[in-house]
Design a protein around this ligand. Structure first.
Ligand SMILES: *Cc1c(COP(=O)(O)O)cnc(C)c1O
Length: 232
């Protein structure tokens, strides 16, 4: 399988899922998750029309970013952001999908103010008990949202989650429904309908995510093939 044919196939499946949900395919953006894949593969995907790339480690992203400076790439941080990496991250990324605490949001805001840059952000919500998953707990979401609402350099545009993996992909649907409901609630109570986005869905479950309202799907394996190891 080539990257070109993978992209074609993913786009067809995105379209089909949109059709089932009565949505326009223009509402769904593909974040090509290039973590642990070399720059050459990013260039290949870029040549085939993709412009949004997702990385989960700041150091790896920094190396790629420097090589690809002249490309019109929108860089998305999809992995956990450690506070000591914020100063590097703000130089690279246009979007951060992993805002999960007041301390982190505050640090990102301060750094952005220093360099006079704004970014778009998602609040990452932890919807499962899994120890390995990052994100703010539902009980603390409202507090974090109210804090983020007042930021000037981090513009929160939606919610993000990484649900557990299920062999039976239908079992993931309630997690996506839940994230959408939380987004809708915050739109009423905190954000005055400015949360337009939902970052949810990966290679094995993006179609269900789209059916439940995803506007950014994060797809690695389906575009670039298998990674050598997990990358989390
Ligand atoms: C790796 C990763 C993805 C992409 O996973 P695939 O199964 O390869 O599509 C999406 N989101 C996050 C947060 C990731 O870490």
């Amino acid at each position: 399988m080539t990257i070109a044919s993978n992209i074609e196939r993913i786009k067809k499946r995105v379209k089909a899922a949109c059709k089932r949900a009565n949505r326009s395919p223009d509402e769904v953006k593909i974040v090509a998750v290039s973590k642990l894949h070399p720059v050459e593969k990013i260039i290949e995907a870029y040549s085939n029309g993709l412009r949004i790339f997702g990385e989960n480690r700041v150091q790896e992203a920094k190396e790629k970013f420097e090589i690809l400076k002249d490309y019109q790439i929108e860089w998305h941080l999809i992995g956990h952001l450690q506070k000591n990496k914020v100063k590097y991250a703000v130089n690279i990324f246009d979007f951060i999908h992993s805002i999960d605490s007041i301390e982190l949001a505050e640090k990102v805001e301060k750094r952005l103010e220093k360099i006079g840059k704004t970014i778009k952000g998602f609040i990452q919500v932890k919807l499962s008990e899994e120890e390995t998953k990052h994100g703010v707990l539902i009980e603390e979401l409202d507090n974090l949202a109210r804090f983020c609402r007042n930021l000037n350099y981090v513009k929160i545009i939606g919610l993000m989650t990484v649900p557990p993996y299920f062999d039976d992909v239908e079992k993931v649907r309630p997690y996506f429904v839940k994230l959408r409901e939380l987004r809708d609630k915050l739109n009423k109570e905190v954000f005055e309908n400015s949360l337009t986005e939902l970052s949810m869905g990966m290679t094995h479950d993006f179609e269900v995510a789209i059916e439940e309202g995803a506007t950014y799907v994060r797809i690695g394996t389906g575009i670039f093939g298998e990674r050598n190891y997990d990358g989390n």
